[in-house]
Design a protein around this ligand. Structure first.
Ligand code: IVH
Length: 695
């Protein structure tokens, strides 16, 4: 392809992908399948690989272009980012309206009510239509520059869309239509980054499976994600953004009202609130708040209230602001659904990674549609901070409307018989003194049992191995695993493969038929794909998706366990933390012995996902030069194999050449290779490098 054609195709692809991003993430009405989208995206990636000069900062491929950083530089907002005062009752809303009316005597007031999204406020700055900076609110004046992280969010446009020209004039009109409105030279646009509930649940499930600490609610998950120093991690988090305001705007007139402003933002490519209410009186306003309370429960993300804003921007100007908040807007907080019940006991759960989680055992109570008898207390710190005592009456709520959490103790109802909970110094399962500290990415507030032979951990590891997401061994649930461990029949997952019908039949409530079924399940698990094995091993940070990515990059378990820090990071989504964790696991002789016993049992270590491909092939990043006539392969065939393994074929030998493949009657290139000390290989060796044995 020549340069000009490449340039044209590049522009076309960028425009197409941007349009589909807009339809999918902003409007919510995709026009093509994910498959078709991926094809366009791949074509763009390949084109840019071939013509790197075409890459612009706003190319759709550059969403995850940023490098990990040590810290975020500060960023000063051109216009301050204010916060909002809160109201909690209809009375307070009436008072607010009266206050504003006193500031604007005799004027007609119109209001907009919109959902208050429970996320984090950020500001994006576009210069000449291109995203230049994205920053957190910080103290309102200065925030953190987190541009690379924000670019990974698909509902953040990397460049502004040209607002479409107004509708064509009626037929017969002789005037030319007015031109499309110009883009602002500078636009600071404000909105909320949030994580939808479904994405949050999925993320927590993955973290649970990978032995990582779960996030308490979607808002914490969004905040924790934006704090990541490596944008590749942020890119995997299901974050979205909704926009509701502007800061500095230069070069174009700002629409005169809030509803018009939101329409304008949407035409520029921004996702705006799903629904807003335009109200002209206090009564309309209060009715809108009621409607929004019903509406917000249908949204796929959490909202913690409503925001009431004066519609006219000119009137806002005249109201002004206090140091903290504007006088023309207010938040209205809906009371979260709560219930009161007795905290009967606090128990400690030991997970398969040894993490000790305190659990509130509650007098069952009905709350937002379900009966709740247990709630997480997260960690020791949380219990102390909230001063929650055993025997207390406690208020529980669905935090972020998802997980039941203990909000507070009702101190007024204390009788004096309540007891301060003493967090155990020893593992309740095995008695080993517990430890805590900052390990690879693991929070220090969590106490852990450091004993790998702790029965709770042993059970947890075996249950995890058998679980549907891992080796999928039918019957290997909590009850049976507990029996197997208690009777000493199974100490680790390799022991499963030595179990006999007779042994199983000796267990309580185990008939011959169930025993045989279980053994069949175990037998079948030997054929599972490598990623399931890898995930099943329960290496810290290696969840199902990381396991899949590793087994796309490496052909066998041995290749993964013997890989270097650098090689591991060739796998997509694998950064230093994950690589470190794998190295640590692989360096433990106990784990190595386990792997050998699994191998001896006949468990499959080969990946069927492995593709010798550009992303992770064995020759990834390598440059080869062909010279002379090879015994079996034509030049084209050899080139295809090298490329399929991720390598590149060059026409001349230089210091950057990794291998020269020499056949019969090789000439000057072979000579050059010898001079430069470049390794010379033959066809057979090439095939070995590509992961094949003979042509
Ligand atoms: S307007 C000066 N609109 O709520 C106007 N804020 O409690 C300030 N928020 O910092 C913000 N949804 O993070 C506005 N539709 C919405 C909002 C919203 C959520 C957040 C925002 C703000 C906080 C104030």
């Amino acid at each position: 392809m020549d340069w000009q054609t490449a340039q044209q195709r590049h522009a076309q692809l960028c425009a197409e992908i941007r349009r589909h991003d807009y339809l999918y993430y902003v409007v919510g009405r995709p026009e093509i399948s994910d498959f078709e989208y991926d094809r366009l995206y791949r074509e763009l990636v390949e084109l840019e690989q071939q013509f790197p000069a075409l890459i612009t900062p706003d190319s759709p491929t550059q969403r995850v272009g940023g490098q990990p950083v040590d810290s975020f530089p500060p960023y000063r907002h051109a216009a301050p980012m204010l916060s909002l005062d809160n109201t909690y009752s209809q009375g307070e809303v009436r008072e607010f309206v009266q206050r504003v009316q006193r500031l604007l005597p005799g004027e007609a007031l119109a209001w907009v009510v919109e959902p208050k999204v429970d996320g984090l406020a950020v500001s994006l700055r576009y210069e000449q239509g291109v995203l230049a900076v994205g920053a957190t609110r910080g103290d309102g004046t200065t925030g953190d520059n987190i541009t690379s992280n924000l670019k990974t969010i698909r509902s953040v446009p990397l460049r502004l869309q040209t607002p479409p020209a107004p509708p064509a004039p009626p037929q017969g009109d002789l005037f030319a239509p007015p031109p499309a409105s110009p883009l602002p030279a500078v636009l600071e646009v404000r909105g909320e980054v949030f994580m939808p509930r479904a994405g949050f649940e999925q993320l927590n499930a993955e973290r649970r499976a990978a032995g990582e600490e779960e996030f308490a609610n979607p808002r914490n998950a969004a905040a924790g994600s934006l704090k990541q120093l490596d944008p590749r991690i942020v890119a995997r988090r299901p974050l979205e953004m909704v926009f509701y305001g502007v800061g500095q705007v230069e070069g174009v007139p700002v629409p005169p009202t809030h509803d018009a402003l939101l329409h304008w933002l949407q035409r520029l490519g921004f996702k705006t609130p799903e629904r807003i209410w335009l109200c002209h009186s206090t009564e309309e306003l209060l009715a809108a708040l009621d409607e929004l309370d019903r509406f917000r429960k249908t949204l796929p993300y959490d909202t913690d209230g409503a925001v009431i804003k004066l519609n006219s921007l000119a009137q806002r100007e005249r109201c002004g602001a206090t140091a903290k908040a504007p006088r023309w807007a207010i938040a209205y907080k809906y009371a979260p659904e709560q219930a009161e019940t007795r905290l009967k006991a606090i128990t400690i759960q030991v997970g398969r990674t040894g993490a000790l989680t305190p659990v509130a055992e509650l007098e069952p109570v009905f709350l937002s549609g379900s009966t709740i008898s247990r709630a997480t207390l997260h960690n020791e710190e949380e219990i102390r901070r909230k001063d929650i005592r055993v025997g207390d009456w406690v208020v529980i709520e669905k935090a972020g409307e998802v997980i039941p959490a203990v909000v507070r103790a009702v101190a007024e109802k204390r009788t004096g018989a309540e007891q301060v909970f003493v967090f155990p110094k020893n593992c309740p399962e095995c008695g080993t003194p517990v430890t805590r500290g900052a390990e690879a990415g693991v929070d220090y507030v969590v106490w852990r049992c450091p004993n790998p032979d702790c029965p709770a951990q042993i059970r947890g590891r075996i249950e995890h191995w058998c679980s549907r997401g891992a080796m999928d061994i039918e019957g290997g649930g909590e009850v049976l695993v507990a029996q197997l461990v208690k009777t000493g029949l199974v100490q680790d997952v390799a022991d499963l493969y030595r179990l006999t019908v007779d042994e199983l039949c000796q267990l309580e409530r185990m008939g011959e038929k169930s025993a045989r079924n279980f053994l069949e399940g175990i037998e079948a698990s030997k054929q599972r794909d490598l990623w399931r094995v890898l995930f099943g091993l329960g290496i810290l940070h290696v969840g199902a998706s990381v396991a899949k990515s590793l087994s796309r990059t490496f052909p066998t378990l041995d290749d993964i366990l013997n890989a270097s820090m650098e090689q591991l990071q060739k796998a997509e989504d694998v950064g230093e933390t994950i690589a470190q964790s794998i190295l640590q696991w692989a360096g433990d002789p106990r784990n190595r012995r386990l792997v050998e016993r699994l191998r001896a049992a006949g468990v499959n270590f080969q990946s069927s996902l492995y593709q010798a491909g550009p992303a992770g092939g064995r020759l990834a990043g390598k440059t080869l030069v062909l010279t002379g006539t090879l015994p079996h392969l034509t030049r084209e065939q050899a080139t295809a194999k090298i490329e399929a393994a991720g390598g590149r074929v060059a026409s001349s030998v230089s210091k950057k050449t990794d291998y020269v493949v020499a056949g019969a009657e090789a000439g000057s290139k072979l000579e050059k290779a010898r001079q430069l000390g470049v390794p010379v290989i033959d066809e057979a060796e090439l095939l070995r490098l590509c992961g094949e044995t003979s042509p």
